[in-house]
Design a binder for this molecule. Sequence first.
Ligand SMILES: Nc1ncnc2c1ncn2[C@@H]1O[C@H](COP(=O)(O)OP(=O)(O)OP(=O)(O)O)[C@@H](O)[C@H]1O
Length: 360
Amino acid sequence: MPRMSLVKIEARDVRNIEYAAIEPSPHLNFVVGPNASGKTSLLEAVYLLGRARSFRTSQISQVIRFGQSGLMVTGKVVNETGSAIPIGVRITRGEREIHLEGRKIQSSAELIGAFPVLVIQPSSSTLLEGAPKYRRQFLDWGVFHFEKSYLDCWRRYVRALSQRNTLLREKRLGDIELWNREVARYGTIISSARDRYAEKLKPFFLRSAAQFFEGFEFELHLQSGWSKNKTLEAALQEDVASDIRLGYTQSGPHKADFSISLEGRPARAYLSRGQMKLLVYSLLLAQALLMEESVGGSACVLIDDIASELDEHNKNRLLGLLREHPTQFFITATADRIIRDAVDHDAAVFHVEHGQVTQA
Ligand SMILES: Nc1ncnc2c1ncn2[C@@H]1O[C@H](COP(=O)(O)OP(=O)(O)OP(=O)(O)O)[C@@H](O)[C@H]1O
């Protein structure tokens, strides 16, 4: 069965790239060049194609090349059935246009389903070291690709939660029971979907982590966002008085989190920065592998600055792991030396200099 992969991409006015057109390999793609040449910008173009936003900034206009009024990225993705899907994303200051298979679409959700892209970058350590929202986003991205009804349920939850919060702030408690039920109904579905996903992810995560950490026993724990021994509806009912004081809902999947521990201790308290980075790699690669093996789909994984914070030994282990992994990767590095041993027959190498991209 063919795997999903990006077979063609054209980028116009993406940061310092005036124009680039490449035909990537379905497996390993190395993007090599000096600092500030435009390597991350090329990855940003791929990401734009799958998410219609940037992984570097929430202010998308920053990505438009200086002096230009807009940017455009077009590409062709071949999916598991062998069909070629054209995608186009055009961003001007204040406007975003997405085209999928010749149709103009309004929401990026459809795009995310058609071309799933994951990114691992130097700041990815925030997945384990930053606020819980990063871990919820990680879980939700995975669940979204697993259960198509998840997004709709999530939207209903957010709406119900916002209604409940308004009632709390305005101290209008007449309808609170109704909204407790709504929040509990969708919140419980979300939480169960995350639990199912985490259970599926665990063996893949442990397998990936075992490649980097010999003899370490990791555990992944999910916290639902409310007290374990009661239903969400009961927790919401009990919280009403203190929720009014605070002006927001304290219990629910919007407060969920997960943690990784090592022999009963929180991993983040014991691992070095480089090891934390390897743990993040393990989680994200597990997510991509789970997609390959269980959903019948696959993700395109972008790795920005592979050398950052990893020593030679771990870099080589990681590259070895990527070679075994059937996923499509885009990997940036400043030196050819880093990738020399990893390049084999199905790898493509792109050189970037002053925003010009050439295939080696
Ligand atoms: N909107 C923009 N228009 C034009 N150039 C930009 C824009 N935003 C950033 N740049 C410039 O684009 C260049 C390429 O940046 P990019 O981050 O892609 O480089 P890189 O090759 O990944 O570098 P490094 O190896 O240092 O991470 C930088 O010189 C940056 O200042």
